[in-house]
Design a protein around this ligand. Structure first.
Ligand code: NIG
Ligand code: FE
Length: 416
């Protein structure tokens, strides 16, 4: 370190859980976590220089020291790698109908479901949608989430999908977290499209995706592979075209029926998300691939369905990410730690597995190599809880929330 360079140092913290040195795939024991006692984080221009004993780092020439406010537990900023927060309206009626006994697919067939959110989202202009998206991103930031993936998919026409993606881009300029956009034009066949699903996908591949690419509106393409949405046979050529244009792929897979995870593996997708209905065969297929398996416990809780078989996925050797799936229909809660800790109880996940699923494994699902771990060369995205041990965080099932959040080395949330 050169003398004339000014660094920022914060600490001492009771524990810094770095998430460094852990494998991308497979089960993890808590003992494998690197936990630095009386630790400090040293950074410069938004990038971590060193993480280690505070006393030693305090000797760094030129280090500007900010004493930690609570001296609590520090983790990497969380990454919510699957959300649909760019939406208008509410689906409180759907929720009530479901709890009254109707199924998700029935409600969708009867005019509720995704289509009703499409109508409410189309009713907003780009600026209104950006504002709502930014507000929701801010609610996630207060939970310690410093990177948020946001899908379109409530536009479902060339113009409306572009509007949604532009709104996400606008929201990204306001939000303190990084927003990563994904084009989900293949969410469901819009009711106003006059033709079969294959023709809709052809239109989107031909007319929408090149504009998304040239406008740098998203680098990722997603599809809902499901009965009532799109079949594997319909989606495979769509994904081929998306890949040819340079998009990374992610899939809504195996939520109610199987085949989506097979599409994910065949396509070389970054992740296969949902997996509530994943079979043993699908689990083995995912384990033998580089696809990250994603559990969305918020959708299981919202729909009252089974959780994704997270334990089996990890034991088979998969990488596991956990995300909120925040959307107005199946997952209206948007509370990442509550959902992850409930999943941990039902699926018997270790603290290390949950924390990995919210940090570096989620980063890998977004192909981001600069975050999710607290170590030299990574972004200075970190969060602090007022707690004595990292074990308190999952134990308190979301009641304990971070008191401070730093994004690129700037303290962007300071809870009273
Ligand atoms: O991930 N499964 C498909 N898409 C969303 C739900 C969207 C909605 O119901 O509005 C999901 O659960
Ligand atoms: Fe989703």
């Amino acid at each position: 370190m050169k003398n004339n360079i000014s660094y920022q140092l914060t600490g001492p913290f009771r524990e810094i859980v770095t998430l460094a040195g852990l494998p991308l795939k497979g089960a993890l024991k808590d003992e494998a976590l690197q936990v630095i006692p009386s630790g400090g984080i040293l950074w410069r221009e938004g990038m971590i220089e060193a993480v280690g004993a505070f006393e030693a780092l305090a000797k760094t020439p030129g280090a500007v020291i900010t004493e930690s406010r609570t001296g609590g537990v520090v983790l990497p900023g969380f990454i919510d790698m699957h959300t649909h927060i760019a939406f208008g309206g509410t689906r409180a009626d759907d929720f009530a109908l479901r709890n009254g006994g109707s199924s998700y697919l029935e409600i969708a067939e009867n005019g509720g479901g995704i289509w009703s959110t499409v109508k409410a989202t189309r009713d907003l202009d780009q600026q209104e949608l950006a504002q709502l998206t930014a507000q929701r991103a801010d609610a996630l930031l207060r939970q310690g989430i410093t990177t948020i993936e946001v899908k379109s998919g409530y536009g479902l026409s060339v113009e409306e999908e572009l509007k949604s993606l532009r709104a996400v881009q606008d929201a990204g300029r306001i939000a303190k977290a990084d927003l990563i956009a994904t084009c989900l034009a293949a969410h469901t066949l819009p009711k106003d499209f006059n033709g079969p699903p294959g023709a809709y996908l052809e239109l989107m591949a031909r007319e929408l995706l090149p504009l998304v690419k040239s406008g740098q509106l998203a680098h990722r393409v997603d599809a809902f592979v499901e009965k009532g949405a799109f079949s594997a046979a319909q989606i495979l050529p769509y994904f081929r075209e998306a890949k040819a244009l340079g998009f990374a792929i992610t899939v809504h897979a195996d939520q109610f029926s199987t085949s989506g995870s097979e599409v994910a593996v065949k396509t070389g997708a970054l992740s296969a998300d949902h997996l509530e209905s994943a079979t043993e065969k699908a689990i083995a297929l995912l384990a033998g691939s580089s696809v990250i398996a994603t559990a969305l416990p918020g959708a299981s809780i919202g729909l009252g369905c089974a959780f994704a078989p997270a334990r089996k996925l990890l034991d088979a050797g998969c990488s596991l990410a956990i995300a909120t799936d925040w959307n107005p229909g199946s997952a209206p809660m948007g509370a990442l730690m509550t959902q992850a800790s409930i999943l941990a109880c039902f699926e018997k996940l270790t603290n290390a597995e949950v924390l990995a699923a919210l940090t570096f494994r989620a980063a890998a699902a977004l192909a981001l190599r600069d975050r999710g771990v607290l170590t030299s060369g990574y972004n200075a995205d970190f969060i602090c809880y007022d707690a004595d041990s990292y074990k308190e965080i999952i134990y308190q099932q979301g009641r304990l929330q971070p008191v401070q959040v730093w994004k690129n080395g700037v303290c962007v949330m300071n809870r009273e």
